[in-house]
Design a protein around this ligand. Structure first.
Ligand code: GLV
Length: 321
């Protein structure tokens, strides 16, 4: 690839929304890390010049790559979650990290509700039922209901609250679990996740990923959720013990699950494909043109702000100060 030496170098760790990559290409000499055959050599070649990187929150940026770029000053991350970025290494190296909060709240909340409703009311199963001609032999099995049931949200942040608002509109009672009870929130708080799992029809995960929440939903939590309950995950695959979820679905020890995220996505056990009590989505929480465009603009705008010496728009708390 030919580079325009008047443009700054930018290391792009992972593929992101194509129109955003086109915007970056217009402003920077973009070096595509994930496509590079010799990644160490690519990074070494940028040692003296590369002050900026961009990535997805999921792919992130590892500490050794951050440390190998001594001139690096900013990592602009596409996604509200940035669990893949080693923020401790960034902070130690004086590198700022930005993410794309708020602009995705409403669309992620729409996705969460779509998954909740289609899992409990078996929309995907029923679609197959019609296509496969089964309706001609009799009606579909009746389902559980959503209205009047309790929704337990794990991670009542900005997106969690947008989900709660929608679920209230569907006549659900909202309860939540998180690190702390929130003073300005009237929903019942559960300090103990297992206790909440016991009490709810739907357990919905929208907390950040990372070490603090890894496998938080394990076999014990699933047992507490039980046959009467449904798991919805629109957060990170790492937040659940995926093997335990598969087992619970296979054995019918939970009612069902709606999963948008996976530990090693886009890969997952093909055993999931055989099950009727799970709805699978390809990590599309924020996946509308409107929202992905807004997220991409924020990625670009944070970089532009940094190069202009202006305050960053959405720096993550870990690298502030
Ligand atoms: C998507 O998963 C995001 O973190 O924005």
């Amino acid at each position: 690839m030919k580079f325009d030496m008047s443009k700054p170098d930018l290391l792009l760790i992972a593929s992101i929304y194509p129109p955003t990559m086109a915007q970056l290409d217009a402003q920077y000499n973009v070096h595509r890390y994930w496509e590079s055959k010799d990644k160490d050599a690519l990074v070494a070649s940028l040692k003296e010049t590369c002050v900026a990187a961009a990535t997805s929150g999921f792919a992130g940026m590892k500490g050794d790559v951050i440390r190998a770029l001594p001139k690096l000053k900013i990592i602009s991350c596409f996604g509200v979650g940035y669990d893949g970025v080693d923020t401790a290494a960034a902070k130690a190296a004086g590198v700022k990290v930005t993410n794309t909060p708020d602009v995705l709240n409403e669309c992620v909340a729409d996705t969460a509700m779509t998954l909740l409703l289609s899992t409990v009311r078996r929309t995907v199963f029923n679609d197959r039922f019609v296509r496969e001609g089964k309706w001609l032999k009799g009606g579909a099995p009746l389902t559980d209901k959503v209205w009047g049931e309790t929704l337990g949200i794990v991670g009542l942040g900005r997106i969690g609250k947008a989900i709660a608002k929608r679920a209230e509109g569907f006549g659900m009672k909202i309860v939540y679990h998180g690190r702390n009870q929130q003073a300005d929130v009237s929903y019942d708080y559960y300090a103990d996740l297992k206790e909440m799992a016991k009490a709810v029809k739907v357990l919905l995960l929208i907390m950040p990923g990372g070490a603090a929440t890894e496998k938080m939903v394990n076999a014990e939590v699933l047992a507490a959720l039980g046959k009467k309950g449904y798991l919805i995950n629109v957060s990170r695959g790492t937040n659940v013990d995926e093997a335990a979820v598969l087992k619970a679905l296979q054995e019918g020890t939970i009612g069902g699950a709606g999963l948008d995220v996976f530990v090693d996505e886009p890969r997952m056990s093909e055993e999931f494909f055989k099950l009727d009590n799970v709805v699978l989505q390809p990590h599309v929480g924020s996946g509308t043109v409107h929202t992905r465009t807004a997220m991409g603009q924020l990625v670009v705008d944070n970089l532009t702000a940094w190069f202009a010496g202006k305050p960053l728009l959405t720096e993550v708390p870990e690298t502030r100060g």
